[in-house]
Structure formats: C-alpha cells, structure tokens
Design a protein around this ligand. Structure first.
Ligand code: DOR
Length: 450
C-alpha cells in the first residue's frame, strides 16, 4: 500500500476545525499536521501527495444501523452494492442488522456473514447478533471483541424477529454482555391500531395512515419498557431510530457519553421528512418506526444539538420498487439512505441548525465511543486512515442516474444537496474519488474494546 500525504484540508475533528493534513502509512494515520500557521514547507516533501485545496476532511462516518440484505435477500441489495453506495456517501464502517435469510441468530450464521463481509465489503464492517425468544445461549456465546452488539426487535418489523416473551426479554437484558440495540414499537398497540384501520379502509389502507398505526404510543410504551429493563439489570442499552418527542424523556444530557448506560440514535429519515410528506412520497418514506409529526422532527433535531441523542445513523433498508408499490398490507417498510446521509446532515449545518463539529460527533466519534470501536472514528495518530473529504458548496441533485443502490431508487430523488462527498479513504485506500469507486478495495472487520 502506497504512503500518502493529504494536505491543505480543513480538518474537522474532536470539536475543532483547523487547516492541516494527514500522513497515511500502511493504512494508518502516522501524523496529523495542524496549526493555525501551518506552512507549505512544514509538510514532508518526499511523498505522494494529494492537495485537498480547502476541502473539509472528516473521520469516515460509522453507521451503526444498516440492512445490507445478504445473505438471502440479495434482490434488494447486497454487501458489495450497498457498501459501494456507502463509501460514495462517506461511510467507511457499518454495523449490519440480523434480519437476513437465514436470520443472524446463531453463531454459525454470524460466522458466515463475517466471511461474506471479508469477501465483498468495500467498507469496514461488523454484524449484530439477533435475539429471538429462545436463543440465549447463542447470544451468550457472542464474541464481544468482534461483534458490535445484540439486536432485539421489541416490535415486529421486516423479517419477523419479534422478541415478545417477558422472560426472554428479561434474560437477554440480564445475562448478555454486549451492548443491546433495540427496535422499540409496542406490538399490542400496533395490532389494535391496525384493526381499527382495517375497519376504516378494509384492505385499501393509505400510506399516510402509517403513523396512525405505528403511532407515538407504540414507540413510547416500548421504549419505556426497554429503559426500565436496562435500569433494572444495568444493561448497556442503545435505543435505535427514535421517532417521537416523547421518547426523549428517557434520555440524559448531563452524563458524559463514555459513562452513559443508555444511549440513543436518530435516523436521517426521521430528521428529514414529516407526516406532510406522505401525500407526495407515500410508501417511499414508509419506515418502521414511522415518520411522524413536524414537532417530533423538531424535537429530534434539538435533541441532537443538546446531547440527548448521541448518534445519527441511516437504518438503510432497501426494498425493490415493485415491493414498495404493493398495497399497504403487503408493502415492506424501509428505504435506502447510506449514499445520502452525510450530505443530508450537512444541510443542517447550512441551515444553521448543527455545527460541523457536532455532525462529526454524531456520525463519527460517538458511534466509536458507544460501541468501543478500536482505533477508528477519530483523526488520531495511530488510528486507521478512514477519512472523508467533502466540499460544502458543490450543489447537486439526486437523480435516478446518480443513485448507487441496487434497488435503484431513493426517497431523496429530486433533492438538491449543497454539499458533496469528494473522496473517501478506507484504511488508507482511496476507495471513492469524485464519482469513481475502486471496487477492488476491501474493508476490515471492526474490533471492539470493552
Ligand atoms: O423500516 C424498517 N425496515 N424498519 C425495520 O426495522 C426493518 C427494516 C427492514 O429491514 O426493511
């Protein structure tokens, strides 16, 4: 691997923005240069150099929630296609969910997924072990050094992985050592709402009714249960994809992140869309949990700004166009997002809602801290050279021909983003270069210290 000097960047890292550069050797950051008075002659001269000419250089994004559909559902997406879309969006590491076929609920299925990751992924990766009502021994056998966490669906979603037995939930929260990442939506509430919707609309339920079926109460009831179990058993809990203002009451802004036992994630779609958008976008913005009210979106954005919510992720969950156009009761929830997540967050910077340093906290530093990712998530000497260079004033429109997802569509189609990802480096390899992807690059399995 060739050594490389990246110079004349505006580095956004650990709460600061400064002019500087990064010397990459053997895939690691050997030296971080940065000083207000940094001069040309302060850089080493005898090395392959890329002049970033004022681009912003960030640690590569770590996405703690994606569904890449391999094995078994590869007509929707696969590790090669979706990781290629991810690096085009500045994501250099991902943590992938267990609702594949087979489901990742045994050590054997987990090992097979890691082998697929090594073979096909352009970005670094880890895979969640999935909980069921009766696989406690499999969960307890999970290696905390290589597996990001345990995923518990406390609400049924795509893939039928609901864990609904109180005793099973209690045992999972009490007896497993890894962080537990939960999907919270109360199934009884959803079923009761669905029965009412069926009476109203029979089989022809409109897409905009989704947040009435998967409503605020479903989310709040289930999140309350998860938090109470975590408090009872001292579990390290991560609440995925918060979608309501009410769930913020379970969170704490005062404890430093590395000491928090309960952390939370928000996803791009809940920060971007509201109930109003179902009229135009219908099933294309249908997720579980549902996109809800403008006041929820506002509370989530404020929660990011003030430290109640710790991480922004994508919940990238592609389905084919054909699947998304089915009637409500047959239509799967979920949509693709990895290519557009970072540039969408940079819009909040342009709108004066979030500083760049905060965006880097939420997408790069904090996922590394929460999961204990080794040597990534920060631009630090000795750390892996996972980096992304962005141009803040380079407007572009999402169109069918620049979407990189295997499913070929995006709920962002037609959106103009002010910022663009120009370069992405994974372990020092230049995997994405202004529209061109080096498909020969392979990521590494993430390691965790806990
Ligand atoms: O909308 C969703 N889609 N939510 C989930 O929990 C699962 C995901 C999927 O896998 O399609």
């Amino acid at each position: 691997m060739q050594d490389l000097l990246l110079k004349n960047a505006l580095i956004v890292n650990e709460g600061k923005i400064f002019r500087g550069g990064v010397l990459i050797r053997q895939g690691r950051i050997e030296k971080l240069f940065g000083a207000p008075e940094m001069q040309e002659e302060d850089y080493p001269q005898d090395i392959r150099t890329m002049d970033l000419d004022g681009l912003y250089l960030l640690p590569g994004v770590i996405d703690d929630q994606v569904h890449f559909r391999e094995p078994g559902l590869t007509h929707k997406g696969d590790i090669a296609t979706e990781s290629a879309a991810a690096v085009a969006g500045g994501i250099t590491s991902f943590m992938e969910m267990p609702n594949t076929l087979p489901q990742t609920t045994t050590q054997k299925a987990l090992e097979e997924k890691f082998a697929l990751g090594l073979e096909h992924s352009l970005a670094n990766f880890s895979f969640y072990m999935g909980a069921t009502n009766d696989n406690l021994e499999e969960l307890r056998a999970t290696d905390p050094g290589s597996v990001c966490g345990i995923k518990v669906f406390m609400g049924a979603s795509t893939g039928n992985m609901l864990v609904d037995q109180p005793e099973s939930l209690a045992n999972i929260f009490r007896l497993t050592r890894l962080p537990i990442a939960v999907h919270c939506e109360d199934e009884a509430t959803i079923q009761a709402n669905l029965a009412i919707a069926r009476k109203l609309y029979r089989d022809d339920i409109p897409a905009h009714h989704h947040p009435v079926i998967r409503d605020h109460e479903a989310c709040e009831t289930s999140s309350r249960l998860a938090v109470s179990l975590a408090e009872r058993y001292g579990t390290r809990l991560h609440l995925l994809h918060l979608s309501t203002a009410g769930e913020l009451r379970y969170l704490d802004r005062n404890t430093p992140l590395h000491e928090k036992r309960i952390t939370a994630e928000a996803c791009i779609h809940h920060l971007w869309f509201t109930r109003e958008d179902y009229r135009e976008k219908g099933p294309w913005i249908r997720w579980n949990p549902a996109v809800k009210d403008a006041s929820d979106r506002e509370a989530l954005i404020s929660g990011l700004a003030d430290g109640l919510i710790d991480v922004v992720a994508t919940d990238h969950a592609p389905h084919t166009r054909e699947e998304k156009q089915r009637p409500y009761l047959q239509c799967p929830s979920g949509g693709p997002m990895v290519q557009h997540a970072l540039v969408a967050m940079l819009e909040f910077f342009h709108r004066g809602r979030l500083p760049l340093e905060k965006i880097v906290d939420l997408m790069c530093h904090n996922p590394a801290v929460i999961f204990g990712v080794k040597d990534r998530g920060f631009i630090r000497e000795g750390y892996a050279a996972d980096l992304v260079a962005v141009q803040l004033d380079s407007p572009w429109t999402v169109t069918a021909d620049n979407i990189r997802y295997k499913c070929g569509w995006s709920p962002m189609e037609g959106t103009v983003f002010k910022s663009a990802v120009m370069h992405t480096f994974v372990n020092g390899r230049h995997v994405y270069n202004q529209g061109k992807t080096d498909h020969a690059v392979r990521g590494e399995a993430l390691r965790f210290s806990r």
